[in-house]
Design a protein around this ligand. Sequence first.
Ligand SMILES: [Zn+2]
Length: 177
Amino acid sequence: MKCPYCAHQETNVIDSRESGEQDAIRRRRVCAKCEKRFTTYERVEDIDLKVIKKDGSKEDFSREKLKRGITKATWKRPISMSDIDDLLDDIELKLRQKKTSQVKSWEVGNLVINRLRKLDPLSYLLFASVYRDFTSVADFAQELERLQKLEADQATTRLGIDQSTVKPGVLDKEDQS
Ligand SMILES: [Zn+2]
């Protein structure tokens, strides 16, 4: 890594951490000659893989694009960005291990779906509705409704417990004593 100030070839890493953005690693470096400090961002390249879409057309595999799709499907769901990143790491590893330069879009979709199912059933459905053909729209709507009802029941139960255990005014009294 060349020093951006004096172009000296030898620099030392003084700190290294995940940048939390776009899967980059942030490194603080110091030049061995002029001793100026600077920051570099290192990024892992996307896998060199073609995705074959349903209509037969091909496009480069893009982690960012897949991430956007998952983020959209899991919006408002209890899934964090780091959950999604872990999931993508897992999928990328699987894809890298494949001895092929192309993969069908539904294969990628299935990898995501199988992992989402374990994380959050509703997110799984939302994502699956886009990436996998449900037998019919009605089937999907029915399944979605079933899950939402289940969610609502759980929420009501939780609320019931909360209301019975939290007595209003208790905290106020404690503050006064
Ligand atoms: Zn320098």
